[in-house]
Design a protein around this ligand. Structure first.
Ligand SMILES: C[S@@+](CC[C@H](N)C(=O)[O-])C[C@H]1O[C@@H](n2cnc3c(N)ncnc32)[C@H](O)[C@@H]1O
Length: 429
């Protein structure tokens, strides 16, 4: 829509404004906020060129009313304010535009830079992130975690003589014991789970009365003898190992210093093979951060094990954890009998040394012809991700399967990316 590389006359810009106005009308009645905002920002620029400051400002404000962080509208408004000599307000608009761009790039790449905060010893304000930084709520969906408005203050125990430390902490501190007893031993039935009162995760609740869900656990915590067997089972189910690069980096003399710890609140987070969060360990901190947009009320899940493998391997891994994964991806891949056979055929072809290019092309043809939804195709490609990657990494194979190569790569990359998007996310990649 932009007039590029042409010396546009005032008449051209007027025409441009008229075109924008028609698009704006259509977008307003169609409730297409994205198109509405960007067209308002374009029309604002056109009006700037026509020297119509009042309408320019009106368009910027209308775009910002619909989307307060629209970078185009913020930049345009910054230019207008600067032209009017309102330099401080102009700087504010430009800085906000810059911050929005940075956060959007961060959200897309998933690259979170916490280095300054870490080097400052975790002091001060948590770094500005595109992702949700806030509290969560444990809920009764077989117990899991969703984003919430209440604050929480996490308790944790971390590595080195780990089990002894946890037992010692439980003996010395009834509240620590009570926190540990809120966690699953892996032996409960789903309907036996009690949803803990989030107040138990806050430090200042010492001495407060807790609601029914946690008072029982707390009462157990005030008993003199700790339930060693129970705590060991809790540790077995809930411990997290630090497999982040930091574990390697911080190891001494080349010894990998892989940590293990118990972070009570993250322990309520269930596994999914289509996760929406991941965790990073820095020092004693376990940071759970979103890997795609998470709606309020949507369950937070992270992968307990590698999910870029076929369903049979994932099933082995979840059984090793002591549960049968019931996530939507596993249900899809395990329940359709025809699909199951096709997955098995691909696995067998690979196991018997079949040409990985042929397997990828076969899978692509199957998914192309099948009636499965795009999201489910993404699930399948993710299951054979190492096969797809091996194909792309081999020049020889790429040449051999050149007709399919590019097409397959584009589809697979896009779908893998889509795997990290919400099912209803309309973002076009
Ligand atoms: C660390 S706990 C997670 C929180 C647990 N739901 C709770 O309420 O304490 C791990 C246990 O949660 C259950 N779980 C986690 N993810 C699951 C999934 N995708 N499917 C079925 N059960 C799951 C299993 O019982 C597993 O042993």
């Amino acid at each position: 829509m932009a007039i590029k590389g042409v010396a546009a006359s005032r008449e051209d810009w007027r025409e441009y404004v008229a075109v924008c106005s028609r698009i704006i009308d259509a977008a307003s009645s169609g409730h297409d906020r994205r198109v509405l905002c960007s067209t308002l920002a374009h029309r604002a620029d056109a009006r700037a060129r026509l020297g119509d400051a009042a309408c320019w400002l009106a368009d910027c404000d209308a775009a910002l009313a619909a989307e307060p962080a629209h970078p185009g509208a913020l930049l345009s408004k910054g230019a207008l304010l600067s032209g009017l000599g309102r330099y401080a307000a102009a700087d504010e608009a430009r800085e906000l535009a810059e911050q929005c761009r940075r956060l959007e790039a961060q959200a897309r790449s998933g690259a979170v830079d916490l280095s300054e905060w870490v080097l400052a010893g975790f002091a001060g304000k948590f770094p500005d992130l595109a992702e949700y930084v806030g509290s969560v709520e444990a809920v009764a969906i077989g117990r899991g975690v969703i984003p919430d408005a209440a604050d929480s203050d996490e308790k944790m125990f971390v590595w080195k003589d780990f089990v002894d430390k946890v037992l010692e902490a439980a003996e010395k501190c009834p509240k620590s014991a009570a926190l540990i007893y809120t966690l699953s031993t892996g032996e409960e039935r789903q309907d036996e789970f009690v949803v803990p009162d989030m107040a138990i995760f806050k430090n200042e609740t010492e001495g407060d009365s807790l609601s029914d869900g946690t008072s029982a656990a707390r009462a157990m915590g005030t008993q003199e003898a700790v339930h060693v067997d129970r705590i060991l089972k809790v540790l077995d189910v809930n411990c997290l190992t630090e497999d982040a690069p930091a574990a390697d980096v911080l190891g001494n003399n080349g010894v990998v210093n892989c940590g293990v710890g118990l972070w009570v609140l993250p322990s309520f987070i269930n596994h999914s093979c289509h996760p929406n969060a991941r965790r990073t360990h820095i020092g004693d901190h376990a940071i759970v951060h979103a890997s795609r947009d998470i709606k309020a009320g949507e369950e937070i899940t992270f992968p307990y094990f590698d999910v870029l493998v076929p369903v049979s391997k994932r099933r082995e891994a979840s059984r090793a954890w002591g549960f049968e994964c019931k996530c939507d991806r596993c249900r899809f891949e395990a329940e359709d009998s025809i699909l199951r056979q096709e997955i098995l055929k691909s696995e067998n072809d690979l196991a018997s040394g079949g040409d990985i290019g042929a397997v990828v092309v076969w899978l692509e043809e199957k998914t192309r012809k099948s009636m499965v939804k795009e999201r489910q195709k993404a699930f399948l490609r993710a299951s054979f991700w190492s096969t797809y990657s091996a194909l792309y990494d081999s020049d020889k194979l790429m040449r051999k399967w050149a007709t399919y190569g590019k097409l397959v790569k584009r589809h697979a990359m896009r779908d893998l990316f889509r795997l990290t998007l919400d099912a209803t996310n309309k973002i076009n990649i």
